[in-house]
Design a protein around this ligand. Structure first.
Ligand SMILES: [Zn+2]
Length: 266
């Protein structure tokens, strides 16, 4: 049976921590590298509910996308939400590992998983990590020519359900063929995409002024999806990768708990 160190080595080979953004905090957060790992669970957010699910299932390792500790803390007492998550995991014998911006940019990473989940082909990064690289920020690809309305319906069917749903900015009958995607908060790429050949940009957390100004410049249509739902598409990808690499010696599970903060709408 692999040790925690073995599993960490695999994940770090696929999603190198040194490729993470400088602000980020990735890698092993808690756990003893020498212990054996039989069960690994994957989730987007390290909420206390997700930690409980991992421990109740008997996970030895919880792999999450969003860091539990992105900024320094002076206490991890179980009187705080982050402390409760850590306490739940460590007292249940479950390690914690974060793969955040290092997972965004990689091959078989978050943006690539989102692109493939939406049926995009001929993928290339929006901002390559280096010239000609297949890795980098976001992905752009093609779909068979369709309308914006039909494409948005496909997006809704391809992602896990959320109260947020799929918000669209653009004419329903607009032709869609070239599609750009970025998992997570992608408004930092709007300028990059404003004048290219992209018909629609799929991302999360777009704000009123930036979106409105973007549309005024006849840029691509915008599809805004739930942050959690977009990034969730990566979990089955990394799960399958780990299963393949460990020859099914490790049992795996993808959490289906929706941790998107928006819980309902009128
Ligand atoms: Zn995110």
């Amino acid at each position: 049976m692999p040790t925690l160190a073995d599993v960490v080595d695999l994940l770090h080979a696929w999603y190198p921590p040194e490729s993470a953004d400088s602000f980020d905090a990735v890698g092993l957060v808690a756990g003893d590298p020498s212990v054996e790992v039989a069960k690994v669970m994957f989730a987007v957010d390290p909420t206390v509910e997700v930690a409980r699910e991992a421990v109740e299932w008997g996970a030895d390792l919880l792999v999450v996308h969003h860091p539990l500790f992105l900024t320094p803390v002076s206490s991890v007492a179980a009187t705080t939400p982050k402390g409760r998550t850590l306490h739940t995991l460590t007292s249940g014998g479950c390690a914690l590992l974060t793969a955040h911006t290092n997972a965004d940019q990689a091959s078989s990473g978050v943006s690539e998983a989102l692109a493939l989940a939406l049926g995009l082909r001929d993928l290339a990064p929006i901002l390559p990590a280096s010239e000609g690289a297949a890795t980098g920020t976001g992905r752009v690809g093609t779909v068979e020519e369709t309308s914006l309305e039909a494409f948005a319906a496909r997006v809704g069917q391809s992602l896990p359900a959320t109260a947020h749903g799929v918000r669209v900015a653009g004419a329903p009958d607009r032709v869609v063929r070239r599609v750009a995607v970025c998992g997570g908060s992608g408004d930092f790429l709007l300028d990059e995409l404003a004048h290219g050949d992209v018909d629609v940009y799929v991302t999360s957390d777009l704000r009123h002024h930036r979106a409105a100004e973007f549309l005024e410049h006849d840029g691509p249509a915008l599809v805004d999806v739930a942050h959690w739902a977009a990034e969730w598409t990566w979990l089955p990808v990394v799960e399958a990768r780990l299963r393949g690499a460990t020859g099914d010696r490790v049992d795996t599970r993808v959490s289906t708990q929706c941790t998107d903060p928006w819980s309902f709408r009128y």
